[in-house]
Design a protein around this ligand. Structure first.
Ligand code: NDP
Length: 480
């Protein structure tokens, strides 16, 4: 039985109130640890430590700060196996995915922002003979980072790294459902020489410690990734205090397959987009629109490949499809399968919980599920399911598919599959999304702006956008 602790002032500490929550392994359904159920008292300790650490951290040379972040990246890489194992146990994702995607990306996040901060310049505005302005970009101070359970260390570090690089002290809360790798990060940061107090990692439930973090008057900015309803609640609490807010929220992403696509490449890409991480990535393409001449052929091959994905114990290296993150989430996803049937959908594969033999019999497994026959505007095609459920819909024209693709309240990501160059760009331009992939999916360059439109969020992460978010601009005007 593993007991996690908060990481405050460079040390692991028990929660002040002594309360703990169970931590469940999704692949087995068994409690395997406990985590602090922190409250405002733990937050006060973290804020006091951050206040004490802030002056020296802000004043540290960029080179010295960057060196610490590089060392954190190396520390993550050195512990790749341990972190990948912890992520897989905690989240239910295949260990091969944690090893190839989640943990390497967490290291890249630190390495990228270590380098980015050394390249980050601010602007000057000349007024000709009259004078000149220059803009200072100073750290905000103490900032809060709140992340979800689907890509735990990946998204946690995606926020923490730029905030630290910019010279802020950070109080971070991982999802209560997946705290394990975040807990290990404290140790890695200490080993890398991060001064005590610069980063605090506090565990617990969103409604208590998360809310306290958003409300705290000394926490000046909140970077949040999670569901749209939670994002709205955070905005409601933070806005009257005039806090800076970055909100990365839900998605209901369309995948547009044209008849002239490169077929095999498209099939592989669309399958990955639909079912990677059991469909629990905000960028997953869960509404698949296929041009009618290709529809039947695509459907047959797609369903066959979805059904062939190897489901099983996430800790086995051959497993491609692991467990969903929790029993409650499995129940939510299954309720959408039932809704799909009620809305007239036909389940072509999957759709029912499976119980693998052996240690995973009580785990939360739902195989890749493909549904057809649903109208584009039914609830299943409008609401975020966030699981291994994809719908197939035929279309006849570019105009029609754009109308259906853009019909949802979300606008995070989209992918388009066609060998027609003009069409690819034309369609990309008209899709209502913050990120569009042409003939690929989740191909990431960390310099690019990342985020959504409509109800998928406010603001952009990535590259200098993140450094701008985590700094305050101050213009200095000089008259000659
Ligand atoms: P939630 O919104 O439930 O939770 C996200 C985080 O916020 C968790 O750490 C949660 O804590 C915390 N939280 C919950 N309530 C509050 C509150 N009132 N104040 C402060 N913090 C709070 O999302 P999930 O964890 O369920 O993640 C899935 C969602 O995240 C999906 O909608 C998905 O689309 C979205 N997402 C968006 C991404 C993007 O980049 N746009 C990327 C990845 C996911 P706790 O877990 O303890 O409740």
């Amino acid at each position: 039985m593993q007991t996690l602790a908060n990481f405050i002032q460079g040390r692991y500490q028990e929660p002040v109130g002594g309360a703990y929550l169970d931590n469940v392994e999704p692949a087995t359904g068994q409690v395997y640890g406990r985590i602090p159920d922190s409250d405002a008292r733990d937050l006060e300790l973290a804020v006091a430590a951050a206040e004490a650490a802030l002056p020296a951290w802000k004043a540290m040379s960029i080179e010295a700060r960057a060196k610490i972040l590089y060392t954190i990246a190396e520390g993550i890489e050195l512990r790749l196996d341990e972190l990948a194992f912890a992520e897989s146990v905690d989240n239910g994702k295949p260990v091969s995915l944690a090893r190839s995607l989640d943990i390497p990306r967490a290291a890249s996040n630190f390495r990228f922002f270590a380098q980015a901060i050394t390249q980050y310049a601010s602007e000057a505005h000349s007024m000709g003979e009259d004078g000149v302005n220059y803009t200072l970009r100073d750290p905000i101070g103490i900032v809060g980072c709140i992340s979800p359970w689907n890509l735990p260390l990946y998204l946690f570090t995606w926020k923490i790294a730029p905030a630290l690089a910019a010279g802020n002290c950070v109080i971070a809360k991982p999802s209560e459902v997946t705290p394990a790798t975040a807990a290990l990060l404290g140790e890695i940061c200490t080993d890398a020489g991060l001064p005590a107090g610069v980063l605090a990692i506090v565990h617990g439930v969103g409604g208590r410690i998360g809310r306290a973090l958003v409300e705290h008057p000394k926490v000046k900015a909140i970077s949040f990734t999670g569901g749209t309803a939670t994002g709205a609640e955070i905005a409601r609490v933070a806005a009257p205090a005039f806090k800076k807010l970055s909100l990365e929220l839900g998605g209901k992403n369309p995948t547009l397959v044209f008849a002239d696509c490169a077929y095999e490449k498209t099939l592989d890409g669309v399958l990955r987009a639909a079912f990677a991480n059991q469909g629990q990535i905000c960028l997953c393409g869960s509404r698949i629109f296929v041009e009618r001449p290709l529809y039947e052929r695509f459907k047959a091959d797609f369903v066959a490949r979805a059904a062939a994905r190897r489901l099983g114990d996430p800790l086995e290296t051959a497993t491609e499809h692991g467990a969903l993150v929790s029993e409650a989430h499995l129940a939510k996803v299954l309720s959408y399968v039932e809704l799909a049937k009620a809305e007239g959908g036909r389940v072509l594969t999957g759709g029912e919980r499976v119980r693998p033999e052996g240690r995973c019999a009580e785990g939360y497994f739902l195989p890749p599920t493909v549904i057809e026959g649903l109208p584009f505007d039914c609830r299943v095609n409008q609401e975020e399911i966030f699981g291994p459920v994809a719908t197939l819909m035929p279309f006849d024209s570019e105009e029609e598919v754009l109308g259906m693709a853009n019909s949802v309240r979300y606008g995070l990501a989209a992918s388009v599959w066609t060998e027609n160059l003009s069409r690819a760009h034309r369609v990309a331009k008209r899709l209502e999304a913050g990120v569009v992939w042409l003939n690929c999916w989740l191909l990431r360059d960390l310099r690019t702006p990342f985020g959504g439109v409509k109800d998928s969020g406010v603001g952009r992460e990535g590259g200098f956008e993140a450094l701008r978010f985590f700094t305050e601009a101050k213009n200095v005007c000089i008259k000659y």
